[in-house]
Design a protein around this ligand. Structure first.
Ligand code: SAH
Length: 395
């Protein structure tokens, strides 16, 4: 192709032969002059063999691979990748009348490193995590329209805070399609919610907890539920549909508490079983009476965002889980999660084990949870696995 070139050092193509989608700067021997961040480059081995094409970026990851075949990265490329992703979502059953909120593009998991697209009804919220995806956004927009057709009316582009800071790309959060009379109400497993992509975190709602919420619903009957780190209240309205006796939602953000109240109200108007509190999780648990709750959800934000923070994060998970296990009623059920990508499943389990040992209570693992199928893990990119959870029975 006519793209500029990057030549690798000898033997540095090995991970690419195993389809890993990142090329680190240490693997690069030479590159063409005047490469700009975000442009497509062709990557060659030290023996001058084409090995991959991808987006060039400045930093420790220098190329994020889009294709292992030599081809043009154009509208038809985006259309092909997006239709593969859409077909997968249809195959797993998340595109329906009772569920129209799902992740359509999950970065490396869909062979599109640096791109996230979440769908809420007829609106797509699109997020670039690389300059390359930002540069390609209008072509991607056209491809999304070509694949989704009339079912897509609005695209909100939201990359102000997700692009690498070094790239002064002038990305403003705004609609790049539609934007008039947009409904922010979407449906998950036949429950409604407002997705606040304009002001909320990430794309406005955490679609990655859909299946875990459904599991919680099965356990909620007659229980006193504490939904800690509730954000927009997802676990709370499932607990209510499951027949919980009482549901308390807690988040340190007053805005999250407001969103939770709004969403609970949308599904269960004037239902006195629910109350939300704007409070810090640790403080709330510290003053909670023993045995007040017999179903607790702990879904905190990522305690570790990079490797250097792992040790402190593990301490945090241990403290938090110990506090909940201390207070949960006999026969209680604890749903506990970590969404830190740098914390492995084993590390998390060890932290929860240490928490249990601190309290001395008898604890059994009922379920081991992960991210749902619309957040697929590319088998060649195990780093894509980030959400883990345990459902525990505490005697
Ligand atoms: N469970 C939610 C997602 C949680 S996101 C869902 O299903 O959608 C993490 C939430 O934790 C955020 O809303 C954030 O405001 C809240 N949070 C962060 N630190 C907190 C703390 N110390 N105490 C309580 N909430 C906190």
């Amino acid at each position: 192709m006519d793209y500029k070139k990057i030549i690798l050092k000898p033997k540095k193509e090995e991970s690419l032969r195993r389809f890993h989608p990142w090329i680190f700067s240490g693997a690069v021997a030479r590159k063409d002059n005047n490469l700009y961040e975000g442009e497509v480059v062709d990557v060659y081995t030290s023996t001058n063999e084409f090995i991959a094409a991808g987006h060039y970026q400045v930093g420790s990851i220098e190329v994020r691979v889009l294709s292992f075949e030599e081809r043009k990265i154009d509208f038809s490329f985006w259309k092909e990748k997006i239709s593969i992703a859409y077909n997968l979502r249809k195959a797993i059953g998340v595109v329906s009348l009772v569920n129209n909120a799902y992740r359509l593009i999950h970065g490396e998991g869909d062979n599109l490193p640096g791109l996230i697209v979440d769908i809420y009804g007829d609106t797509a919220v699109m997020q670039s995590h690389s300059a390359g995806m930002h540069e390609a956004r209008m072509e991607i927009k056209d491809a999304l329209q070509a694949v989704l057709g009339e079912s897509l009316q609005n695209i909100y582009y939201k990359s102000e805070t997700t692009l690498p800071y070094k790239a002064d790309l002038g990305a403003e959060n705004d609609y790049i399609l539609g934007g008039k009379d947009v409904s922010d109400i979407a449906v998950e497993n036949n429950l409604q919610f407002h997705a606040d992509w304009l002001k909320g975190q990430k794309t406005g709602f955490f679609v990655d907890q859909r299946e875990n919420r459904a599991l919680l619903e099965r356990y909620a009957k007659d229980r006193n539920v504490l939904n800690m780190f509730c954000y927009t209240g997802g676990f709370s309205f499932y607990a209510m549909r499951g027949g919980a006796a009482l549901v308390h939602s807690v988040d340190s953000s007053a805005k999250a508490v407001m969103l939770t109240n709004k969403n609970v109200e949308l599904n269960f108007p004037e239902d006195s079983r629910h109350t939300a509190f704007a409070e810090d999780a640790f403080k709330y648990l510290a003053k909670t009476d023993n045995g007040k709750y017999d179903l607790i959800v702990l879904d905190p934000p990522a305690f570790a965002k990079h490797r250097g923070a792992v040790k402190n994060a593990l301490q945090g998970y241990k403290r938090l889980n110990a506090a909940a296990m201390e207070k949960i009623d006999k026969g209680g059920i604890l749903f506990t999660f970590s969404c830190s990508q740098v914390i492995s499943k084993d590390m998390f389990r060890l932290a929860v084990f240490s928490a249990a040992a601190m309290t001395g209570r008898s604890v059994k693992i009922l379920h081991q949870l992960t991210q749902p199928a619309d957040h697929p893990v590319n088998i060649y990119h195990p780093e894509g696995e980030y959400l883990k959870g345990l459902v525990l029975y505490v005697e």
